[in-house]
Design a protein around this ligand. Sequence first.
Ligand SMILES: [Mg+2]
Length: 202
Amino acid sequence: MRIAVDIDGVLADQVGAALRRIEQEYGQKYQKSDVNRAHWTFSGIDIWTEIARLLGDPEYALGIPAIDGAKAAVQQLSVHDLCVVTARWPEVEETTRQWLGMHFPCLTEYRHARVGNKQAVPSNILIDDFDLNILEFVKSDPDRHGILFLQPWSRNGAGVEEYEEQIRFCNGWQSVVRAVEEIEAEMHPSGKEQRGPLTLSD
Ligand SMILES: [Mg+2]
């Protein structure tokens, strides 16, 4: 089974890191729970404009912490064929690959896809924290499954409710691992796991 995993908000605590920088640079303190939509703004600045600027600084980009529980879960899921898919622009790919190597050495397949266009990545499952990406992915093929990694900014009224039979809503990585197991059981009811190519952990 092939699983595509988003980076920001799923593997990397991008918003947490950005909010710390916003506090240092602007003196304004926010919590992740304040960031209640994808295009959340502070003082008229879109957080993604700010993140795009911050990512240009390799010290910031390499210092972003991994999301809680992600390392152990990715290790568990590495029996599958995993790839990362990100909308980060190509200029920061090298730094991003370096960050992945530090935290998730088993994730070596890297794909860039624009926001709302992650269905272009060949995969059975997409794990992403943005409802529009999940919606477009499951709409593209009735056999595909989406896992919405719930963050305070995940729901933006994209209409995921209309595709609930293909979408799971997960709070944290343990819940994601369970969801993948359920999807696998549905796809291979005989219980025989269809494995991806061998990985180092095999
Ligand atoms: Mg994301």
